[in-house]
Ligand binder design. Structure first.
Ligand SMILES: [Zn+2]
Ligand SMILES: [Zn+2]
Length: 65
């Protein structure tokens, strides 16, 4: 009995387990050399990617006389 890929749902034979999320994926749904599924490839483990010190539009330097 072949296990199904948890991403594409097909039984293509050998499955690999993602080392990040644990999803079993086939050779088409991730990098089996890196043991990482396509979901985890697309969104890297870097958590919050915010622009550092975003310029806050508060005081516009409006000069009143
Ligand atoms: Zn698949
Ligand atoms: Zn994954």
């Amino acid at each position: 009995m072949l296990e199904e890929c948890e991403i594409c749902g097909q039984s293509t034979g050998k499955l690999y387990t993602c080392r990040v999320c644990g999803t079993k994926f086939c050779r088409y749904c991730g990098s089996f050399t890196d043991k990482i599924c396509i979901d985890c490839i697309e969104k890297p483990a870097t958590e919050t990617y915010d622009a550092p010190e975003a310029a806050k539009p508060g005081s516009m330097g409006e000069v009143r006389r």
